[in-house]
Design a protein around this ligand. Structure first.
Ligand SMILES: *Cc1c(COP(=O)(O)O)cnc(C)c1O
Length: 459
């Protein structure tokens, strides 16, 4: 690794060169494209992003769960370079090429379940989600689709309809695709039931009852769900919730689609998050971590569903681009060869350890949750479950100024999420957590006194 794996602040963050580029950007890029930090990257790898001012930032975002194997993983760089010199594109729908086939075979092997599978490749997560629904509708002859509270499935028209949150994803962009229905999610922190015990089976029964009444299983082509919700706030459903839904889908001929765009490829300490619950989806959608940053996505699923679509019904000019396929094969090889599933578990244990210690002295952290290297803290007002997005913004901004890239998420924007590349060192995780600790201690003057007085605890 040529990039020094330590945090370094040479200038204020953002530095003068970043400030100048941000100025230039205003005249060239629409305001509608947001950026977490106004800091411009020149180099990235391991657990570090280097900016144009020479600052080295600790990466706890992986470009939103994409660079799982690192942003300049040696095997990926070599494989893409080699493919680049052979050809950049022929279009799989014109003259196919083997790297596409090899990615399909790898996904058929790695995804949950040992049934006969097929895989089709696309470019983005949203495009793959849309195609999973096309496949489910074609295979079942039904039209309705169920998605969940707090869901995020993308920004195209059909996936905006599936996504739950209005601002910033949907506001002003309607009308949305029809035949999309919403069901209640299992959200243990906010879903404690009468005795405060989150119960996955009960949450599933509640969702199924509403689906039955509002839609009717005979009309329902597919149920699409993130096994751990990403943008919605890293919500881990109560144990048994996913399995009960999957069973109900099986019993009623409904296609169970797992959107593992954010959770896939070792992120959660398993190759796929469904494995934690022993759930075998009919279709699984992957993207983000699949190809170390090159645009690639996939739908993998039961052969009889996938093969139900007429010839020519699936495709796209760039889907399964050869450079992206070469990157995916090298990324998968890196995950398997370097034991990154286990590494995600180690990083997760480290994060949970540090964050739990922080939560024990700062009850504004309502819950520490997640799996593997997909961990979050949900921030609440003292002694309540009331979301505190202002605190999340303040803490994230202060961490950014200290050279730590941290992202927020959640329906209320009150969740800090940690998604480091699995190539990050323990030392960098500790340094980032030290920064976070100091930032929480500094956040909101007087908070310390309020914490000392508070007796209620939540989560
Ligand atoms: C990011 C994401 C998507 C959309 O992926 P894009 O590549 O941005 O289109 C869909 N589903 C989930 C769960 C995601 O996290």
């Amino acid at each position: 690794m040529s990039i020094d794996q330590s945090r370094l602040l040479r200038t204020a963050v953002p530095g003068p060169r970043s400030v100048a580029l941000t100025e230039r950007r205003r005249a060239a890029v629409p305001a509608g494209v947001g950026s977490t930090m106004p800091v411009w990257a020149v180099e990235a790898g391991g657990g570090i992003v280097v900016d144009v001012d020479g600052n080295r930032l600790i990466d706890l975002g992986s470009g939103i769960a994409v660079t799982t194997v690192g942003a300049s993983a040696p095997r990926v760089v070599a494989a893409v370079r080699e493919q680049l010199e052979s050809f950049t594109h022929t279009c799989f729908m014109v003259t196919p090429y083997e790297p596409y086939l090899a990615v399909a075979e790898a996904l058929n092997r790695l995804t949950p379940g040992d049934h006969d599978k097929r895989t089709v490749l696309f470019n983005s997560g949203a495009e793959a989600v849309e195609n999973a629904i096309k496949i489910a509708r074609s295979a079942t002859g039904r039209t309705a689709v169920v998605a969940f509270d707090h869901a995020y499935h993308g920004r195209t028209n059909l996936t905006m309809a599936l996504t739950a949150k209005n601002l910033p994803y949907k506001h002003g962009f309607g009308p949305f695709a029809s035949e999309v229905y919403r069901a209640p999610m299992s959200y243990p922190l906010r879903d404690g039931g009468i005795d405060g015990t989150p119960d996955g089976a009960a949450a599933a029964a509640r969702a199924i009852d509403l689906i039955d009444k509002r839609v009717g299983s005979d009309n329902l082509a597919a149920l699409v769900i993130e096994p751990i919700q990403g943008e919605g706030g890293f919500i881990v459903p109560a144990p048994g919730f996913l399995a009960a839904l999957a069973q109900w889908c099986r019993d009623h001929g409904v296609v169970f689609i797992a959107d593992e765009v954010q959770t896939g490829f070792a992120r959660t300490g398993a190759m796929f998050a469904c494995e934690h619950e022993g759930v075998v989806p009919d279709l699984i959608v992957t993207a983000k971590g699949i190809a170390a940053g090159l645009p690639l996505s996939a739908v993998t699923g039961r052969a009889e569903l996938m093969d139900a679509v007429h010839v020519g019904g699936l495709g796209g000019t760039y889907g399964g681009n050869p450079l992206a396929c070469a990157a995916a094969l090298a990324a998968i090889d890196t995950i398997e060869t370097d034991g990154l599933v286990e590494r995600a578990q180690e990083i997760g244990a480290l994060l949970v350890d540090r964050l739990t210690a922080l939560a024990s002295v700062d009850p504004r952290i309502g819950q520490v949750r997640g799996r593997g290297a997909m961990i979050a803290v949900e921030l609440v007002r003292l002694g309540t479950l009331e979301p505190d997005p202002a605190l999340a913004r303040e803490v994230a901004a202060a961490a950014h100024r200290q050279g730590v890239i941290v992202l927020t998420c959640g329906t209320w924007g009150n969740v800090l999420r940690f998604l480091p590349p699995l190539t990050i060192s323990d030392a960098l995780v500790h340094d980032a957590m030290d920064v976070l600790e100091s930032v929480f201690a500094d956040a909101a003057p007087g908070a310390g006194a309020r914490i000392a007085r508070a007796t209620a605890s939540v989560g």
